[in-house]
Each structure stands twice: as structure tokens, then as C-alpha cells.
Write a new protein. Structure first.
Length: 701
């Protein structure tokens, strides 16, 4: 090693300190060289520069095997320490989380070598054969220093640097350490900083003394080093197992802090995930899924218009939470509205319907109570009334899967009845003006004129019933396939087409039946397209609405959730910041708590990638635990009690909330960002320190 014009100046806020001043010398390839001097003489600074732990001022050179390491990059100095150097520190600087053998093996692994027995041989050479499985805390001071020496020599370095290697030991133990270093120096250059003049004179092949940053004496000042071939600088490598074991020691050393922070982070991320899940919840999609899942065959659509009496009723608070302040009232649905829906939906749409009851009981011969008793075991359905009218054509009938015996009505005096009404008329017979008529088949009733009771609304808005001689001619019987079980399932469903009397357009005055006026749509594979249009369409103050028990739950849930979703959206942003700060601070604090450990690893030759592997593994464990626990909690909370609570609150008959899978990706991204930020910031700042400064400022707690 050749040293030429080496200087080092430390700059402080109070001025500059010249630690080394134009040092030049040459060192041999082997032997024990002592560097002595009083405190502040520059001996430790010289050792730091020679070992690549520090950077010299411009102009100086440190050449070893043809390489100048005085002003190389930080990465190259890492490689230099890893390839050429072994270190022995005054305070041992062993890894307490690793046992004796693992501490020694660490140096070998960083050098990219496998243990082929070298660790055991190194321990044997320092008199610690059989101590491999011992914990560091079980060793005496002298034994710890021997482990440090074994760690230094196991990778067969060109130079071993020893900084006050006996400073923490008693005289007898110190003498044994110098004897060991003297033996090692027979094949390796050992550079030792020591205050011990007697040991230097006894064991040193060469003694260099410094004062005020200059060499004041050198027992072999005329030595000239011989050029030697240099080894290729090796990139530090470390097994994932060892890296994880070192990195995760913080959990063991601080279990309470780790568990507390983990729980707080899980709570923060869980609430963030829940709020975000609610904020992006999609009752519309869940409503459509429920329609499919429950096997709904038909859906009814009504029409509403904004009530002008409430124009301008929007408040700033309601607007802030997505409301518009308007009130709506139902208006009449006309066949033209069906065409609007048909323009965006390829499925079957029919159909204007009104809800008033149409009763055929007046002319039925058999009392309804007797009829129901006699037919109690019959699988057919029997009805004497219909809960509304429906206007269809032959295409609509085919689309809904119905079958017409006869034909559909062509004018206002004609009707087609459903098979349930026909069953009643056929079973009990009909009495018209004292004459009893019976029908053995649907064809027998075609052309027959029936007396019906039909409700109406007069010009003053009063409801009434047209009775007696209000008659209609039956021109068809529509077989909807509705048996007793089917009829009972939709007994109260005014939107269901099975319960209707089939009429032609113009049969009734639509404006008299705004309440209960619907368009009936057959649910098919494209129902989601229709749902998307109906739930979002509005034109000139007019909108469509689904009208059934399930959709009412959807609308109530949507209205109730609107306020909650906005609250949750803003809350999720706040919780994101809280969770981010909490986790990043924990990771950063853990990293700063390992500053001395980082300094030791860097001194041994670990580069930035090795440190990322070591501490990234611990960060990954924390982040994975937070992510998994938070995700499970959010999924369970959203899918069970939270969904049940909102369903009960909103009155919906389906799952209003569903766990959104993309929340997993969002949470993993946020947690990963926390991990990267928490790892990068402290590691970047600590990498600016020299290994010696990091060791001095930090401590393993």
C-alpha cells in the first residue's frame, strides 16, 4: 500500500480542524504495523482513510494493488472493504442477534463465499473451537474480541485494521490478543491503532507515531512496497436468510412497541379501507347482481318528474354531499317511453300498465269461497280479478314467453284475460241474465262478453267504480305459465305481468292513473345495460325509476348512503395520512435505532443493496402483517356486520355493500409506499455518514 500526500480536514460550524496533514508512507504486504499517538493526533482518521471508511481531501492518494481508493465512489469503497479489508473494533461490534458462528460467517457471506469449513477453522485459530452455537451475550470480553478477529480473518483479507483492539480488555487478555494478531501478521498485513507503547515495541514489526496530523517518527520510514496484482473487487452478497434474521431483530428487541404500532397501523389502515370501500360502494351494481341472483323474471319502470314547487330548495350542505334538493312525483308512463328504453336496451320491453283492480266476480256462478275450497288441491291458479292492465303486441308476447289462444285486443271494447281468470270462469261457470254458461276450453270463451267492475278517476280526482253493464268482449286467453306456486309468489306484486288483463293502446285514459303506471321489462343477460340507463337517465326534469320491493331498497340505500359515502371519502383521506405517518414513523424509528448496526455492516463491506435487503426484509414483514390483517378485517367487516347494519338501516333486501377487490390493490400500494418511504429516507440519510460516524452515533438497543 502506497500513501501519498494524504490530508483530511473536518469542517465544523466553529471552523476547520486539520486531522491529517500531507501524510506519505508505504506499507508492506504483511507484518504488524502499529500507529500510535496521543488523542487527536490523527491516528484513527488515518486508519479510517486507509480502510475506506472515510474520504480524503483532494490531492492525496491511497494506492493498493494498483487501485486508488482515496477518492473512489462510495460503492467502490464498499467493494474495497468487502474484498481487501478485515476489521477489529475496540468495542467488538458484533451482532447480538447472531450466534458466534453466524457472526463470523457474516463476513464470509458478504464476500460472496460459501462456508466450506472456513468458519470452524477461523474459530479454531483464535482458540474458540466449539463456541459456534454460543450467544454473543454469553462470552467474556476477550472471547468477544477473538470472535471479532475470527470474523476479520475468515475471508482471508489482504489487510486487517484493528482500532484499539485491546482498549476494553485487561492487561493479560490484551497481551493474548496481540500475540494472536502477531501470529496472523505472518501472512497478512495488520494495521493496529493503539496507545500501548509496550505492546507496540514488543509485537510491532513497524511503529508509526503521529502528532497534529503528521508523522513524527517511523521505525521503517525507508520501506518501499512492491507492486502486487490486485484482486477483482467483489460486490457484497448476503443470503436472504441471514439478511432477514438481522433485519427482524428489532421485533425481538422491542416487542411491545412493535405490537402496539402494528395494532395501531392495522386499525388505521382497516378504517381507511372500510371508509374507502363505503365511499366507492356501488349499490347499483349490487342491485343488478341481486336481481340476477334472485331470479327476477320481470322489472317494472315508472316515470317521475321534478316537482316545481321545490325548485331552488337545494342547500349548500346538501349540495356538498351530492344532493340536488329536488323533490319528485310520479307521472304517467306511455308507450313512447318504452321506445326510449328500447333504444338503449336490446331486451324485451312492453308495455303500459295501470294498477286499479279489474273484477270479473259479478257473473261468476260459484261463490269464490266455495271455489277456492274445491280447488285447494288443484295445481292451477284461480283468480276473479286482475290488478291492472297491460298493453302488448305479438312480439312482446313472444319475448316474454307467453302464448295467446285467440288473439290480442284490437279496440277498447276487447280484452284478453289471463289463464288464472279463465280457470275460475271455466270451473264455476258464468251467469248472464239468468243463463248459465260453461267453458270446457279457452276457445269456448272467445267472443263471450263479460260484465266487469272497473275503477276510474273523475275530473275532480275522485275515485269510483264502473259497475254493472260495463262489458268487454274476450278475444283471447293469454297463457303465462303461471300456476298456483307462481301466483302466490307475486300475489302482491302489482308490477308482475301475470296478474293483468291484456288490452290495446287507448283502452284507458292514462292520465287518470299516473300512480301505478309502469313499463315492464323482461330481465335477461343485458339487464345491466337497462339498469344503468334507468338509474342515471334524466331529461328536462323527467327521470325513470325501477319500482319493486328490491329496487325500493336500492333507492333508500342510495339516498341514505349518499351522505355517508361523502363522509367516508373525506375520512379515508384523513385516515390515509394518519396511517401513512404512523407506519413511516415506526419504520424510520426502527431504522434509526439500528444506526450502529448499519455502521458495522457497512464497515464489514455491506453496500446499499445489502442494507436494503437486510432492512427491507424487516420492513416487508411489518408491511405484510399490516396489509394482511387490515385486508382480512376490512373484508370481514364489510361482508358481515357492516353490511348487515347498512341493510337494516336502509331497508334494502340485498347486499348493499360488497368488498371491492381493488381495495386490496389500493391498500397494498399504500402499505408498500409506506414501507419504501420509511426505509428509504432514514437509510439514505444514514448512508451519508461514514461507517465510523454511524457506529459512534448509534447504539443497538
Amino acid at each position: 500500500m502506497k500513501v501519498a500526500n494524504l490530508s483530511k480536514t473536518y469542517r465544523h460550524k466553529n471552523g476547520e480542524v486539520k486531522a491529517l496533514n500531507d501524510i506519505s508512507m508505504e506499507l508492506p504486504d504483511r507484518g504488524l504495523v502499529f500507529i500510535r499517538g496521543k488523542s487527536g493526533s490523527g491516528k484513527t482518521t488515518l486508519l479510517d482513510l486507509l480502510s475506506g471508511l472515510g474520504e480524503a481531501d483532494d490531492g492525496g492518494r491511497i494506492e493498493i494493488c494498483g487501485k486508488d481508493i482515496a477518492h473512489c465512489t462510495e460503492r467502490e469503497r464498499d467493494k474495497y472493504r468487502n474484498t481487501y479489508c478485515g476489521f477489529i473494533f475496540q468495542e467488538y461490534n458484533l451482532m447480538p442477534e447472531l450466534n458466534v458462528k453466524e457472526n463470523v460467517k457474516l463476513s464470509l457471506e458478504l464476500n460472496g463465499e460459501r462456508d466450506d469449513g472456513a468458519v470452524d477453522r477461523a474459530l479454531e485459530s483464535v482458540g474458540l473451537s466449539g463456541y459456534g452455537d454460543r450467544k454473543i451475550t454469553e462470552l467474556s470480553g476477550g472471547q468477544k474480541q477473538r470472535v471479532a478477529i475470527a470474523r476479520a480473518i475468515v475471508k482471508r483479507p489482504r489487510i486487517i485494521f484493528a482500532d484499539e483492539p485491546t482498549g476494553a480488555l485487561d492487561e493479560q487478555t490484551g497481551a493474548s490478543i496481540f500475540e494472536l494478531l502477531n501470529d496472523i501478521s505472518a501472512s497478512t498485513l495488520v494495521v493496529a491503532v493503539s496507545h500501548d507503547r509496550a505492546s507496540a515495541e514488543k509485537y510491532g514489526d513497524r511503529v508509526i507515531e503521529l502528532a497534529d496530523g503528521k508523522i513524527i517518527s517511523d521505525s521503517d520510514a525507508g520501506y518501499e512496497s512492491q507492486a502486487t496484482d490486485g484482486a477483482e473487487l467483489k460486490t457484497p452478497r448476503l443470503s436472504m436468510k441471514t439478511a432477514a434474521k438481522i433485519g427482524c431483530i428489532n421485533f425481538k428487541l422491542h416487542p411491545v412497541r412493535f405490537i402496539a404500532t402494528l395494532l395501531l397501523s392495522v386499525a388505521a389502515f382497516s378504517f381507511m379501507g372500510i371508509c374507502l370501500n363505503i365511499a366507492v360502494s356501488d349499490p347499483e351494481s349490487n342491485y343488478v347482481k341481486a336481481v340476477y341472483a334472485d331470479g327476477y323474471e320481470f322489472a317494472a319502470v315508472c316515470k317521475q318528474k321534478a316537482d316545481e314547487r321545490y325548485d331552488g330548495a337545494d342547500s349548500s350542505l346538501d349540495g356538498f354531499f351530492g344532493g340536488d334538493g329536488r323533490h319528485w312525483k310520479e307521472t304517467i308512463v306511455k308507450p313512447a317511453d318504452g321506445k326510449i328504453l328500447n333504444s338503449v336496451y336490446g331486451g324485451p320491453i312492453c308495455y303500459v300498465q295501470c294498477v286499479p283492480i279489474v273484477d270479473f266476480q259479478r257473473e261468476v256462478t260459484m261463490p269464490i269461497r266455495q271455489l277456492l275450497k274445491e280447488t285447494s288441491t288443484d295445481e292451477r291458479a284461480f283468480a276473479v280479478s286482475a290488478n291492472g292492465f297491460i298493453h302488448v303486441d305479438n312480439a312482446d308476447i313472444a319475448a316474454m314467453g307467453f302464448n295467446v289462444i285467440g288473439r290480442l285486443p284490437e279496440n277498447a271494447n276487447e280484452v284478453a284475460i289471463n289463464e288464472n281468470i279463465f280457470n275460475t270462469l271455466s270451473y264455476g261457470g258464468v251467469d248472464v241474465d239468468g243463463v248459465n254458461y260453461t267453458f270446457e276450453s279457452e276457445y269456448d270463451i272467445l267472443g263471450f262478453t263479460l260484465s266487469v267492475e272497473q275503477p276510474y278517476i273523475d275530473d275532480n280526482g275522485n275515485a269510483g267504480v264502473i259497475q254493472g253493464k260495463f262489458r268487454r268482449t274476450v278475444v283471447g286467453v293469454v297463457d303465462t305459465g303461471c300456476g298456483k306456486a307462481c301466483a302466490s309468489s307475486h300475489f302482491d306484486n302489482v308490477e308482475h305481468p301475470h296478474n293483468k288483463v291484456f288490452v290495446c293502446d287507448g283502452f284507458i285514459d292514462h292520465d287518470g292513473y299516473a300512480d301505478g303506471s309502469f313499463i315492464i321489462c323482461k330481465v335477461d343477460a343485458d339487464f345491466d345495460k337497462l339498469a344503468n340507463f334507468v338509474l342515471h337517465h334524466e331529461n328536462d326534469g323527467v327521470r325513470f325509476r325501477f319500482s319493486d320491493g328490491m329496487s325500493m331498497g336500492y333507492y333508500v340505500a342510495s339516498d341514505n348512503l349518499r351522505f355517508v359515502k361523502y363522509i367516508c371519502l373525506y375520512s379515508s383521506a384523513v385516515l390515509f395520512v394518519a396511517a401513512f405517518v404512523l407506519l413511516v414513523n415506526f419504520i424510520g424509528a426502527s431504522m434509526r435505532g439500528q444506526m450502529k448496526q448499519i455502521g458495522i455492516l457497512t464497515a464489514l463491506g455491506a453496500d446499499g443493496k445489502s442494507l436494503i435487503k437486510i432492512y427491507g426484509s424487516s420492513v416487508a414483514v411489518v408491511c405484510a402483517a399490516v396489509f394482511l390483517l387490515s385486508t382480512v378485517f376490512v373484508a370481514v367487516a364489510v361482508s358481515t356486520f357492516l353490511n348487515a347494519l347498512i341493510v337494516e338501516w336502509s331497508g334494502a333486501s340485498f347486499r348493499v355493500l360488497r368488498f371491492a377487490p381493488w381495495i386490496v390493490a389500493a391498500m397494498s400500494g399504500v402499505v408498500a409506499l409506506c414501507g419504501i418511504t420509511g426505509l428509504s429516507i432514514p437509510l439514505y440519510s444514514m448512508r451519508k455518514l461514514t461507517p465510523v460516524d454511524a457506529i459512534g452515533k448509534g447504539q443497538i438497543k
